[in-house]
Design a protein around this ligand. Structure first.
Ligand code: PMV
Length: 306
């Protein structure tokens, strides 16, 4: 039987969340340990199954607006608006944790639909479709998630400018921990917008931008202890900007006490995941401490060559 298949992976913002909204640089990494696979087969209806929903595409809940828009936009571009297909989505990316879950699902599903119809899909076309989907679902996405969940290398990103690939020479391991609480990106972004009316907070965004520029140098020159320091400074600034949470603060403190070079939240904040930069030797004990401190899931990401 004819079928189509598409995949995508998660992403991690190393530095620059929130500051990127104000034209400061950010650095993001692809995260291959969490991913999405979509398969498409012929069916009597246009329907979908995933962990959160089984039923018609037209009746999908709001949580799935991005993938719904990706399906509709892809089918329009393919000239098959009336298609009756079964779309099956399997994802190991936790949702609303700052790992790019919704963009990754849209990427994998768009790829699967084009694969089903055996049509070529350029990276530009894929990003255009996923950005339409993410705009419908989330308002004003920076485009970072669509890029990172569909490409295989680290990027520096400044809003409105082309993405620049980064080659990391860093010999260190990033430990990632999920607080188990959903992140609140939208609320956090509007809270920062409010604070940005005051010069003291504008200065903090400015500082975050500066830290990201220094962080990029650390990746190139293999300066892990210095990068860790910059991350911990960023965490303080993000806390001042009210986008951390008690759980994120607790996990970053535990990581530092266990010998991490530095730690911070990743993504929109107010929940979601944190990251801790560790020497390769120290990573396992930081990982265990984070689990004991209540992280619901952890991952270890070697940074060399990313
Ligand atoms: O929570 P995430 O992974 O969608 O990351 C949000 C990053 C922000 O800088 C807070 C917002 C943005 O649009 O870049």
């Amino acid at each position: 039987m004819k079928s189509g298949r598409g995949t995508a992976h998660g992403k991690i913002i190393l530095m620059g969340e929130h500051a990127v909204v104000y034209q400061k640089p950010s650095i993001a990494l692809p995260f291959f340990d969490a991913g999405v696979t979509t398969t498409v087969k012929q069916s009597a209806y246009l329907d979908l199954s995933c962990d959160f929903y089984q039923g018609l595409v037209t009746e999908m809940p709001e949580l799935l607006n991005s993938v719904k828009a990706a399906i509709q936009t892809s089918l329009q571009e393919l000239g098959h608006e009336d298609a009756t297909l079964h779309i099956d989505i399997e994802s190991t990316i936790p949702i609303e944790r700052g790992m790019g879950s919704s963009a990754a699902v849209a990427v994998a599903t768009t790829r699967a639909l084009f694969d089903y119809y055996q049509q070529p899909l350029s990276q530009e076309q894929l990003l255009a479709i996923v950005n339409i989907a993410e705009t419908i679902a989330h308002g004003n996405p920076s485009g970072l998630d669509a890029l990172m969940t569909s490409s295989n290398q680290a990027y520096r990103y400044v809003k409105g400018q082309p993405f620049t690939p980064i080659q990391s020479n860093l010999e260190a391991t990033l430990v990632i921990a999920d607080t188990g609480k959903t992140g609140q990106t939208k609320e956090a972004v509007s809270a920062v917008k409010e604070l940005m009316l005051q010069s003291q907070y504008q200065a903090k965004i400015q500082q975050l931008g500066q830290l990201t520029i220094e962080a990029e140098q650390c990746l190139i020159t293999n300066s892990a202890p210095k990068l860790g320091q910059l991350m911990t400074e960023a965490q303080q600034l993000l806390t001042d900007l009210t986008v951390s949470s008690p759980e994120l603060n607790q996990l970053t403190e535990v990581a530092l006490k266990t010998g991490a070079y530095g730690a911070k939240l990743t993504g929109g904040g107010r929940g979601g995941c944190m990251i801790a930069l560790c020497s390769d030797e120290q990573a396992e004990s930081v990982n265990q401490s984070l689990q004991q401190a209540g992280a619901v899931q952890t991952w270890m990401l070697p940074m060399k060559g990313i």
